[in-house]
Design a protein around this ligand. Structure first.
Ligand SMILES: [Zn+2]
Length: 453
């Protein structure tokens, strides 16, 4: 009995000691998510899962474990506001479509755990995962992945998930688009995210929230990687969009809409959506309206960049759509920066191999964004868009200890973001030192080195 009590006390004593143990992260500089300039001689003090202090030349608490990262820059963990961690669309389009129907859902889920790991090891400690669907399946793989990460079963970023994504019959999200009619025995319905008319849209939103959605995603215009639609046609009516936003906001969920076309963007912004994803063809008047309403733009430059670099992997109809979107998006992005539209960082990871998310930074800077604004988009801006700004997005007292480090100074070379060398999530070190192979070249052969720690 006595020894059992001693053991219990010992266990409590040890966990109390572990929770009290401070860690001091030191580096030559720090981007804190708030300031316009980097802080020199940076110190971030972490205790348990929280930041207890962050600043320049802070005194190190006695007994703290010191991790000196040298000539590096500390940053809040990056956030990607547009991923699809349960999928990999990066290879040959037709092969990928075949995989969707001939690889079973469990295998898709197991692959997703490798994609989650590649993402967090690249410095992305949070993602907003905007749509997870497998034609003919009602499994919620994104919900399962999020829950497994939260329970510590799988290593990965904090996830806010959208489940199926909502869209119209024959629209960008219709999973049977391009297949022979009734190949899957029935037309998709609200349980697949396919809904027509305001009442069905509300039902689809309610169904997704019931099954674990943190955020609602909808397709309001055509898209690049879908066969039976034009890239910029509106796919929901203003009345359907109004129902989408009203129902989602009633249930305290934000609304992200896939949208390339200008008319659809105009209607969606008017309806009060929280972010426009892609936005390729948006005209200056529409961007001005976004600025006025405070709507975020998630540009996903990496998606078009990847498709344009591998055009031979896509059917001719999709090549034409990709070219049209790519031709329009640079001017749209430059205008968005010029007009001061709120820009969130989101990549559409899955269209390109998971783990290469940080390449988006250079594309943003090349199109006129300052390096600090690009860093802010992936930290404080995304935290605000996701509604988690009170927990993450900046390095300051009371925030969760999501801290990463990259070599050198990202404000003089933004590609430093692609070489993250240290990742801490909620006070736990996920990666320390050592290069990893960024991303996964083939979904069947995950090629990620084990973390040093
Ligand atoms: Zn997407």
């Amino acid at each position: 009995m006595t020894s059992r009590i001693c053991l219990i006390l010992l266990c409590f004593g040890m966990s109390a000691l572990a929770a009290d143990q401070s860690v001091a992260l030191k580096a030559a500089r720090m981007f804190d998510g708030k300031s316009n300039a980097l802080v020199q001689n940076a110190v971030v003090i972490v205790q348990g899962d929280k930041i207890v202090d962050a600043g320049s030349n802070l005194p190190i608490p006695s007994g703290a474990q010191v991790i000196d990262l040298g000539d590096a820059t500390l940053s809040p963990g990056f956030i990607d506001a547009h991923t699809h961690l349960t999928a990999d669309f990066s290879g040959n389009y037709n092969e990928r479509r075949l995989q969707e129907v001939d690889v079973n859902v469990s295998e898709h889920a197991i692959r997703a755990t490798a994609f989650a790991r590649a993402t967090v090891e690249a410095g992305f400690t949070t993602v907003r995962d905007l749509g997870s669907r497998l034609v003919g399946s009602h499994e919620f793989v994104d919900v399962a992945l999020r829950n497994s990460i939260n329970k510590g079963v799988v290593v990965g970023p904090r996830m806010l998930v959208a489940t199926k994504g909502i869209g119209s019959t024959g629209g960008h999200f219709d999973p049977t688009n391009g297949f022979r009619d009734f190949l899957f025995g029935r037309e998709p319905d609200y349980t697949d995210g396919i809904a027509d008319g305001p009442d069905e849209i509300r039902k689809a939103v309610r169904f997704e929230v019931k099954n674990g959605a943190d955020v609602i995603k909808a397709a309001v215009s055509g898209g690049v990687l879908s066969l039976a639609d034009e890239v910029d046609t509106p796919q929901l009516t203003p009345a359907e969009m109004a129902a989408l936003v009203d129902e989602s906001h009633r249930l305290r969920k934000k609304v992200a809409v896939h949208c390339h076309g200008d008319q659809a963007a105009h209607d969606a912004i008017e309806a009060g959506v929280d972010s426009i994803e892609h936005g390729s063809f948006m005209k200056p008047e529409t961007l001005t309206m976004m600025k006025r309403k405070g709507t975020f733009l998630t540009p996903t430059l990496m998606a078009t960049e990847w498709i344009m670099s591998k055009l031979e992997n896509y059917p001719p109809a999709l090549q034409a759509k990709a070219k049209a979107a790519a031709a329009a998006r640079s001017e749209m992005f430059r205008n968005a920066v010029k007009f001061g539209v709120k820009i969130s960082f989101g990549t559409d990871a899955a269209v390109f191999p998971h783990g290469q998310n940080a390449k988006e930074f250079k594309l943003m800077v090349d199109l006129g964004m300052t390096p600090v604004d690009a860093l802010r988009s992936a930290t404080a801006n995304d935290a605000e868009l996701l509604g988690i700004g009170h927990k993450v997005g900046t390095l300051e007292k009371g925030k969760l200890a999501d801290v990463i480090a990259m070599p050198g100074d990202p404000t003089s070379d933004i590609t430093a973001t692609e070489r993250v060398l240290f990742v801490m999530k909620e006070g736990k070190i996920i990666r320390r030192g050592g290069p990893i192979v960024q991303g996964i070249s083939k979904s069947t052969t995950p090629d990620i080195a084990a973390p040093v720690d």
